[in-house]
Design a protein around this ligand. Structure first.
Ligand code: C2E
Ligand code: MG
Ligand code: MG
Length: 403
């Protein structure tokens, strides 16, 4: 019988069934009960993404068909894995050492490497070194655009391609409370893991699939927000929309219908449009934005400061919120021209009676400056990075204020 039970969950990734059984038995003897298995890298990625459990440790064979252990290491952070890795291989010592340095160069936490079959004491020593770590998964996503076929697949929602939602909280500066959450889209590709918005949003706009894609993202977001509301969280939902989508009646009707269907009030939804896109707005879009506002949706002008729009252009659109681009926020305390744009933007938004959000608050210094200048809300790495739902739930539970 094991001396004590361990709570950590372990994913065993190995194509050799015999080896999996041997290692699983050793883990069982050591008191580890939460064990998952995958027979190659692709299957492991799927499990990391779809299993209800969050794996703490991956025990990884190097030599596997389809996607080997080294390739898998290159992708695990992209699916949100933040645990540690133990390499297990029949390969010689030098191969293991090379794999170890590759893993370290990718900032992975590697507990060590073992030859097959694993020795019980040595495996136990490595496992005892496990410490939960918090790693940034919101940045550094691959930026290689996806193909149009993948995009079409994903809009239907196939298992190998689909849009994913990440969430970043927006904090009320006066109260320190999380009042709102922005939905930031990612793409799950079975081949390449989690991809950033630059790999598919511009493509969707270019090939005319942006409305369909936005509908999918919006639907998932509204469902998520209604679930959060049911558990008692009163959060406003910010969702990014490509401005041209507003020129279609059908698109606007969909936004209204879905909100109604899932019981999310329109005044709890903020539709974000970038300043650059808002500047080139067509009359049809302007009318639609007015219509959405009359239906009590909130409208936000995103990335403000990057588009050089004039006051005259801005006042024609009934925006309720202005988000100052991070280029004028992060480091503005020591950058006179950034600070000048920040101050001017805040004054402008005040006069137009808009809520003011500072994006890209990364440090206490950034926070203090925007606080002093009179921003209402902040969004940025200082408080939280964009994260998937499971992580967001933990984040909310642990939130006790920004500092
Ligand atoms: P955005 O709407 O301005 O979102 C804020 C971006 O800044 C996000 O990048 C976020 O990860 C990043 N960010 C937040 N805080 C910080 C910080 O403190 N420091 C730094 N360096 N960055 C920070 P992300 O998620 O890569 O999104 C980029 C852009 O892609 C978004 O900018 C938005 O314009 C667009 N996008 C994302 N999701 C969607 C979508 O569903 N539809 C459309 N049309 N566009 C989207
Ligand atoms: Mg935005
Ligand atoms: Mg922005």
């Amino acid at each position: 019988m094991p001396a004590n039970n361990h709570q950590q969950s372990i994913l065993l990734v190995d194509d050799d069934l015999y080896s999996v059984n041997v290692t699983a038995r050793v883990l069982d003897q050591l008191g580890y009960e939460k064990i998952g298995t995958a027979y190659n890298g692709k299957a492991a990625l799927q499990k990391l993404l779809n299993d209800d459990i969050t794996y703490d440790i991956i025990i990884l064979d190097l030599n596997m068909p389809e996607m080997n252990g080294v390739e898998l290491m290159g992708q695990v952070t992209g699916v949100g894995f933040k645990g540690s890795i133990i390499l297990l291989s029949g390969e010689d010592k030098r191969m293991l050492e090379t794999a170890l340095s590759l893993a370290k160069s990718q900032n992975l936490d590697v507990l060590g490497a073992l030859a097959k079959p694993p020795n019980c004491n040595m495996l136990s020593t490595l496992l005892d070194n496990f410490k939960p770590v918090s790693k940034d998964i919101s940045i550094g996503f691959p930026q290689i655009p996806i193909a149009v076929e993948e995009l079409k697949d994903g809009i239907i929602g196939t298992s190998s391609n689909q849009p994913l939602l990440f969430f970043q909280p927006k904090i009320n500066m006066k109260t320190g409370e999380i009042v709102s959450v922005e939905t930031l889209a990612r793409w799950w590709s079975a081949d390449r893991g989690v991809l950033g918005p630059g790999t598919f949003i511009p493509l969707a706009e270019e090939v005319g699939l942006i409305d369909e894609l936005t509908n999918e993202i919006y639907l998932k977001a509204v469902i998520q927000f209604s679930e959060w509301a049911q558990q008692g969280w009163n959060l406003t939902a910010s969702i990014n929309i490509s401005v041209n989508s507003f020129s279609k009646r059908k698109f606007c009707d969909y936004l209204v219908d879905i909100a109604q269907k899932y019981g999310v009030k329109s005044n709890q939804i903020i539709l974000e449009v970038t300043e650059t896109q808002a500047m080139t707005i067509a009359v049809a879009c302007l009318e639609a934005l007015m219509g959405m506002r009359l239906k009590r949706f909130c409208l936000s002008i995103d990335d403000f400061g990057t588009g050089n729009s004039s006051l005259a252009q801005l006042k024609d659109i009934p925006f309720t919120e202005l988000k100052i681009d991070r280029a004028f926020v992060n480091g503005a305390a020591t950058d006179a021209s950034a600070r000048a744009i920040l101050e001017t933007s805040i004054n402008l938004a005040r006069k137009l009676n808009m809520d003011i959000v500072a994006e890209g608050v990364e440090t206490k210094e950034d926070w203090d400056l925007v606080d002093q200048l009179g921003c209402d809300y902040v969004q940025g790495f200082y408080c939280a990075k964009p994260m998937p739902n499971e992580e967001f739930v933990h984040f909310m539970d642990g939130w006790s204020g920004p500092h």
